[in-house]
Write a protein that binds this ligand. Sequence first.
Ligand code: PLP
Length: 292
Amino acid sequence: MSHIAYVNGRYLPQGAAHIHIEDRGYQFADGVYEVICIWNGLPVDYAPHMVRLSRSLRELSVRTPATNGALTVIAKELVQRNRITKGTLYMQVNRGVAPRAHPFPKETVPPSVIMTVKHGAGPSEAIAEQGVKVITAPDQRWGRCDIKTVGLLPNVLAKQKATEAKAFEALLLTPDNTVTEASASNAWMVTKDQTLVTHPTTQAILGGVTRATVIKLAREAGYQIEERPFTLDEARAAKEVFLTGTTTFVMPVVLIDETPVANGAPGTVALELRRLYRTFIDSLRADTAWNV
Ligand code: PLP
């Protein structure tokens, strides 16, 4: 059965849902989005996703399309109508529909709101137990990677390169060989002295909601965390490398290009953090999960 989507005020079968050809999301990638994991019918880290959505809109001076309360009503409705127990909720807000011209349209143009859902959350446990291969690719994105825009072409090209190499992800490298993040997840390494290192939340990376939750869980578990850039050489020499993200949870990396990470098996830290993350999402509560 076709999924029901929400587009600008209407719930429609996904195949019948359309966006105007002069929508600025389509014409200019002038829009922002969020992907939220739905676990046991409840959203994971809903509040921080909505906070990031508001921030992305503010950074681009896109009008807020509706109150958080109104967006939440739609989001809940869509999850329920599509009977999503484990899946993802996608929200996109574009600057709206106007005759194609680079400057922003009049203030009165309403932003477009699109929401869709998908069944299936996170990669299988079997993949995580084995760990994944990543490749490296140049970070060819713009200077504001902290804004979650729909302008994802460099990310798409990097992910495609990974897919063609039978890899799970692409680590993105700046010209000085710094690992910023991956095409759709944040990158981490564990040093020999068991310190967790991940790039700080500058304009060079997307401040991942999962990254923030894993930082909290790791601190509670007693790990030291350094938010600083690290190089590909450091990652290659690290005890562990792993990824975090809404659709990734915590994923151990065992191969970078053709070089094994440590002994080429998933690391104990990544596996422990994956377990802690799983416990966190398993304990979401229906009376609070949708709060912003
Ligand atoms: N970095 C990039 C470039 C992403 O696209 C994503 C998620 O799509 C992430 C990191 C992880 O962010 P989050 O944990 O909020 O899903």
